[in-house]
Design a protein around this ligand. Structure first.
Ligand SMILES: O=C[C@H](O)[C@H](O)COP(=O)(O)O
Ligand SMILES: C=C(OP(=O)(O)O)C(=O)O
Length: 459
């Protein structure tokens, strides 16, 4: 456990806050905050430091161009959403996407859930107004309630303990699924439930599943049935946003005597909290987990290089992932100078594309949405830029759900703006539904394959 004053390893909370921490809740009762933090400091780790190191090794392969990262899950998890069906559905769509990417593009896929901790949200505005009532904005279940009442919107630190418990329950189920038979490759057909089967992409998936099944039968016949066919490696991630939670979950690893944030394997710093001298960069600069930083359209190459110097001064392979979220209309202009200058500075990172956060708009009905075509266009732009520079498009970071929601428009089922109200369930940003997620996986697999077909000297 890291005491609040572990000298030299982790600054105490007050010192962190004194740096000016963006996007933090204003708690009305400091004693209640202290009590929640103390409670969390005594809880067991959610992940083990050695697992974080394993993920770092895998991300090093991503940064070398030898693997592809699939990072996905809800925009904002909710406490009510911690049900067996919900967790299974999310895992299932990620497994299906990973199979498509691995099989269709012949590339190892590192699987990273945006889950078991993704409960805190940075917001554009501190308040939300409905009619003539203005209340504090909803900042995720980690902070306050979604219900639009004054009581619900008051930040409650006990929620941080609830985040821990919900994350533990989710991770427990995920671990059971991925090692206990559900993720066995022989389940590849069973993951395709009837709803998806009846869609165009579902039929395409069935073909892939048939081919995999034949290959598995052949392998078994010749006596090869490796352990990797029966389980998958799966890791957890979330935005490290609320300092009280991340600080309380930072512990000294008994093997190495170094600090790890044991709330997840991978933590990222958001676009709104990546200030070089800010608290979030300071805290994550001290922990040994693999970490990410979101880079939006205002990021200069100097910003990115300075972030790398602060967060990865020893240039450790797999330590740092840059997750760009420029917007479909900007990525082809903004990404090339960024990647070129970062590379010229000798900084080695995994480059990952978040095609969601630069492409949000408000539909005429008032729903926040994203166009599937914009999502694809940003990923295609990301691939084109890296292709042009000879660098590796290392992965995608996607807000998605395993359910058949109606939050993003377009895709093979041509979801229209008028359909958004049918099943809009996100408490923050719109997610790809299950069919759209699978369609994305096939399109990205095509992009990866086409890249492979290009002769190296033509790159
Ligand atoms: O998920 C990211 C942010 O929390 C979200 O885009 C902010 O949304 P807002 O602009 O509605 O506050
Ligand atoms: C807030 C998020 O993204 P960004 O920091 O890129 O806006 C997010 O991924 O939930």
């Amino acid at each position: 456990m890291v005491p609040d004053d572990a000298p030299g390893l982790i600054p105490d909370l007050a010192t962190l806050h004194a740096r000016g921490a963006a996007q933090q809740p204003t708690y009305p009762d400091p004693a209640a905050v202290q009590a929640a933090v103390q409670k969390l400091r005594g809880m067991p780790p959610l992940v083990f430091a050695g697992e974080c190191d394993d993920l770092k090794t895998k991300l090093a392969a991503v940064s070398r161009g030898e693997a592809f990262l699939l990072q996905g899950g809800d925009c904002a998890e909710t406490f009510d959403g911690v049900t067996a069906d919900n967790v299974r559905n999310k895992l299932r769509v990620l497994l299906q996407m990973a199979v498509v990417l691995t099989y269709a593009a012949s590339v190892p896929v590192v699987k990273l859930g945006r889950l078991a901790g993704q409960y805190a949200k940075p917001r554009s505005s501190d308040t939300e107004t409905r009619g003539d009532v203005t209340l504090p904005a909803y900042r995720g279940d980690a902070v306050n309630g979604f219900a639009f009442t004054p009581e619900s919107r008051v930040p409650d630190p006990q929620r941080l303990v609830d985040v821990y418990n919900s994350s533990a329950a989710t991770l427990n189920l995920v671990r059971a699924f991925v090692t206990g038979g559900y993720a066995d490759l022989r389940q590849v057909h069973a993951w395709n439930t009837s709803f998806v089967k009846s869609s165009g992409v579902g039929a395409r998936y069935e073909q892939v599943a048939d081919e995999i099944e034949r290959a598995l039968t052949f392998m078994k016949a010749i006596g090869a049935d490796p352990e990797e066919f029966h389980r998958v490696d799966f890791h957890s991630s979330h935005e490290a946003l609320v300092l009280e939670y991340e600080h309380a979950m930072t512990r000294i690893d008994s093997r190495t005597q170094a600090p790890y944030d044991v709330s997840a394997h991978f933590l990222w710093i958001g676009e709104r909290t990546r200030q070089l001298d800010g608290a979030h960069v300071e805290l994550l600069s001290r922990v040994q987990n693999p970490i990410g930083v979101k880079l939006g359209p205002t990021t200069t190459a100097d910003d990115a290089i300075a972030l790398a110097e602060r967060l990865d001064p020893h240039r450790e392979a797999g330590r740092l992932t840059f997750i760009t979220r420029m917007g479909a209309g900007k990525i082809r202009d903004l990404l090339p100078p960024l990647v070129e200058k970062v590379r010229a500075a000798g900084v080695e990172v995994a480059w990952v594309c978040d095609p969601m956060h630069g492409n949000t708009f408000e539909a005429s009905s008032g729903y926040k949405t994203r166009r599937f075509d914009d999502v694809i266009d940003e990923v295609q732009g990301f691939f084109d830029v890296h292709h042009g520079l000879g660098t590796w498009p290392g992965g995608i970071h996607v807000e998605l759900t395993g359910d058949d929601v109606t939050e993003c428009v377009g895709g093979g089922e041509a979801l229209a703006e008028a359909d958004l109200g049918n099943r809009y369930e996100s408490v923050c940003d719109p997610r790809l539904n299950r069919v759209q997620s699978l369609e994305l996986a096939f399109l990205v697999a095509d992009m990866l394959r086409r890249r492979d077909e290009t002769p190296v000297d033509a790159r």
